[in-house]
Design a binder for this molecule. Structure first.
Ligand code: PEP
Length: 251
């Protein structure tokens, strides 16, 4: 059995003091949850305060990106060691907004993924097709390519340490959710692809989250699907009660 993992992607929202308050609110609502992994991913500038608020609780801390280099002349980037030193244990890599607005490609995802793994961070690697790709019947090709190229040159042991988030781009922040059947189809495809590039045992262990307008009202039916192992939550993660309700739907 895979432990479900629910992570909040706060995107560019919340100041440091707001972040600490949100973590406190989440902690109070989920303090009795022991069987779901809970992660919050605030902006870099919030991490120190969020780490202090998360300390000693069942809420783990993630970042929204990580540099592929260890240090040096990479203005604006943050290294894996810097994140680890702050108490970060997870990192989102290749979110569709990074791909859309900041030129991320499967190659940059691959480099960042290797840096995260080398530092012992757990990567949450995002994949997902655009609406026009789905409508053109290209969903399968796009997803398989993102997984194969994003995970290129990784050993089966490294792949086993990752979490994948399937986030159809057309469902992110739009209020349109993939149906449980649509999402399960893609999750099963991702798991088959992992079996191909690693092996069946590893494919069976990797957690695959669904992301895209997940909210308390639809979380349970999505996470009840056999290959959906949690959620990566945007908008609904910015309020303690809706995020906690999604976590409880994973129980
Ligand atoms: C996301 O950005 O990872 C996401 C899933 O956003 P939302 O839940 O707002 O669609």
């Amino acid at each position: 059995m895979r432990t479900k993992i629910v992570a909040g992607n706060w995107k560019m929202n919340k100041t440091p003091s707001e972040a600490a308050a949100l973590v406190e609110g989440i902690k109070a609502l989920v303090k009795d949850v022991t069987t779901v992994e809970i992660v919050v991913c605030p902006p870099f500038t919030d991490l120190k305060d969020a780490a202090a608020a998360c300390a000693g609780s069942n809420v783990a801390l993630g970042a929204q990106n990580v540099a592929w280099a260890e240090s040096g002349a990479f203005t604006g980037e943050i290294s894996a060691a810097m994140l680890k030193d702050l108490g970060v244990t997870y990192v989102i890599i290749g979110h569709s907004e990074r791909r859309q607005y900041f030129g991320e490609t499967d190659a940059t995802v691959n480099s960042r993924l290797k840096a995260a793994l080398a530092a012992g961070l757990t990567p949450i690697v995002c994949v997902g097709e655009k609406l026009e790709e789905r409508e053109a019947g290209q969903m399968e090709t796009v997803i398989v390519k993102q997984v194969k190229d994003g995970f290129a040159d990784l050993s089966a042991e490294e792949i086993e340490k990752t979490v994948i988030a399937y986030e159809p781009v057309w469902a992110i922040g739009t209020g349109k959710t993939a149906t449980p059947v649509q999402a399960q189809e893609v999750h099963a495809l991702i798991r088959r692809t992992l079996a191909e590039i690693a092996n069946g045992e590893v494919a069976g262990k990797v957690r695959i989250q669904y992301g895209g307008s997940m909210k308390p009202a639809n979380a349970k039916e999505l996470m009840d699907q056999p290959d959906i192992d949690g959620g990566l939550i945007g908008g609904a993660a910015l309020k303690a009660d809706s995020f906690a309700d999604i976590i409880k739907a994973a129980l």
